[in-house]
Design a binder for this molecule. Sequence first.
Ligand SMILES: [Zn+2]
Length: 305
Amino acid sequence: MIIINSDKCRLHEMGEHHPERPARLDAISDQLIASGLEYSLTFLEAEPIDKQLLSLAHKSNYIDSLFSLSPKQGYAQVDPDTSMNKHSLEAALIAAGAGIQGIDLLMTDKERKVFCAVRPPGHHAEADRAMGFCFFNNIALAAKYALEKYSLNRVAILDFDVHHGNGTENIVSGDHRVLFCSIFQHPFYPYTSLDNTSSNVINVPLSAGAKGMEFREKIWEHWFPSLEAFQPELVLVSAGFDGHLEDEMAQWCLVEDDYFWVSQKIRDLAEKHCSGRVLSMLEGGYALSALGRSVVAHLKGLLPG
Ligand SMILES: [Zn+2]
């Protein structure tokens, strides 16, 4: 398994008390070492995405506006929760670029599993706006790139972050080459309407207080029959860990073993339909220790059994 990351993703920060902070990546590194998993992983430096590729998922006026907003000093606010420092644009380009590199590794048969330990996250970013700590939609860009560059017809995106991936839905809804499956706390931020009736979007709302058993049952019942019928040629994961019991960003009660479970199911799906090819990208997860431990559980679940 390959881990794609970059120290430059640590330079993006949005103020001292902002939960989406550089220490998140350190917490993941620390737990990879503590778990002993680090020795079975290969680390690769993430490269920035080509600016032209951003238009696979984003409107050109939005892309240009982010480039022009990038501040030389201080912060530029782009959304009530989201701001840029002088390193943010580069970090966002690197986070998106990691996904592109990952797709190339998977589609040229060099690797079977890739995890991008990058920030800023992406799944709230819509075609024409930044939102909820996200600038570019890393996972949607990876999906669109895989479809175009490698002429794929069926790419699945699975999103188990506690928040709905409204940006991913905004970008892929109606593109029937993509099946987007999401499970999220509801009602809750980002307060997406559940009215999307596009058959390539499977939204599974789950109430505050939900425990692992409900999370597993809903996923098994609502995601997997459609995924089996879809027969994905590639599986992408928006891996957010803010549904953990210890994470105060939301009110689910998941533990590491729930992330291990869903990751094993994703691995089995990919082994059955697409030679095991999985690209997973970090989204949320703000309780540092729980985040690190949950990423370890996720990677262990993705590894061959
Ligand atoms: Zn989240």
